[in-house]
Design a binder for this molecule. Sequence first.
Ligand SMILES: NC(=O)c1ccc[n+]([C@@H]2O[C@H](COP(=O)([O-])OP(=O)(O)OC[C@H]3O[C@@H](n4cnc5c(N)ncnc54)[C@H](O)[C@@H]3O)[C@@H](O)[C@H]2O)c1
Ligand SMILES: *[C@@H]1O[C@H](CO)[C@@H](O)[C@H](O)[C@H]1NC(C)=O
Length: 443
Amino acid sequence: MSQLKQQMSLHNNDDNSAPSTPGKFKMEKSPYFNRTRWHSSLAKLTLWSFAFLAVIFIFFFRSPSSPSLPTDTSRRSLRTYNWGGPAWEKRVRSSARVRSRNGLSVLVTGAAGFVGTHVASALKRRGDGVLGLDNFNDYYDPSLKRARQALLERTGVYIVEGDINDEALLRKLFEVVAFTHVMHLAAQAGVRYAMENPGSYVHSNIAGFVNLLEVCKSVNPQPAIVWASSSSVYGLNTKVPFSERDRTDQPASLYAATKKAGEEIAHTYNHIYGLSLTGLRFFTVYGPWGRPDMAYFFFTKDILKGKAISVFEAANHGTVARDFTYIDDIVRGCLGALDTAEKSTGSGGKKRGPAQLRVFNLGNTSPVPVTELVSILERLLKVKAKRNIMKLPRNGDVQFTHANISYAQRELGYKPTTDLQTGLKKFVRWYLNYYSGGKKAVE
Ligand SMILES: NC(=O)c1ccc[n+]([C@@H]2O[C@H](COP(=O)([O-])OP(=O)(O)OC[C@H]3O[C@@H](n4cnc5c(N)ncnc54)[C@H](O)[C@@H]3O)[C@@H](O)[C@H]2O)c1
Ligand SMILES: *[C@@H]1O[C@H](CO)[C@@H](O)[C@H](O)[C@H]1NC(C)=O
């Protein structure tokens, strides 16, 4: 499962070596015109030409339709997945079967992820048809994604293993199921990791999103799309609380920039093709089955191990705070967005009228200092944390987030109800259960 990361990190090397072969070939061409070796050389030239053409042919044949920058990576990461066949289609259909009257039929991308698992199971429980899609990449421990998958399987949700960059797969899924909605949560998350592996952000958050929208705009009927943007688009904005109309043109990380790009791309597909698009700017989501790369999660792990944790403070001992939002509140916001999404208006790949375009903050509206997060964890875990106070580095994280949620309140009926203390208690209970019982999934 470490394949994807390896492929990503090899990307640059491959880029350098790929064009060098044709270059070499050209340079060696001149000796072939030496008269004495003409005949054997001609044969060799023909042979090499054929080999070269064959390589080019294979390259284009295997590569998906978009010959853009991340294609190389995606092509190789796509090859490892198996899909198709009557049994597979039956599984897809059965997972996506709608069981309630007026239920939706939803493709949930990133379904093995933290938010995706919760949203998919909530939709399934209320009778909607749900199909998951996830590439199970190893950005964080894939066994946690597998455990979430097992959980979803028990509620009747099948997760197709594949990449959102795989156009053929997406087309096939829409051929088998006429999805009314797409809940798009697949992405490369994380702010720091963008400096280590920028290509993965371009691959999933930009190329993958565009590929998904390309397929969505061309199918009939076009689905309505709800997707995850991020509070990080507010970047260096200092006006609080963050409102949807505030400026979002100063991202502080590549992650934020790809989410902002997503919002602009969404505008384009809405404008040109009549796709109904709703972007949700999540504010630091936490809870059971959460993401191990997030502070509340690895603080818990390190505090229990007796390992020191780095707690950031801003300049002049300034407070670093987050508008922590409990997963169940986020799920309700996602369902509210799906339920209020209007139909897309295009058909035959063409716009037939104006379509809905929305962006909402989904936060908790009560920022909590990270030092307070640590104190709550200490009380819940009954272990004193070893705190290492450090300056907040300027490599992506912002000092403060605070959502103005009045727009979501009005349009989606969104109303968060879980405070950090209550939500962390549920997280810690899950954490202790999950990591004690020999990684046995908890109910
Ligand atoms: N959790 C938060 O605090 C938070 C905050 C703001 C925004 N978001 C956004 O919400 C969404 C869900 O986040 P999460 O916390 O559940 O993250 P997550 O990493 O747990 O889930 C994302 C899932 O998408 C999958 N994925 C990634 N690239 C893919 C690809 N190219 N093709 C198919 N699957 C792919 C991953 O395997 C993963 O399971 C993401 O778009 C994220 O950027 C999350
Ligand atoms: C919150 O956003 C709404 C618009 O949705 C705006 O009218 C209101 O003034 C904002 N509130 C604050 C405190 O900024």
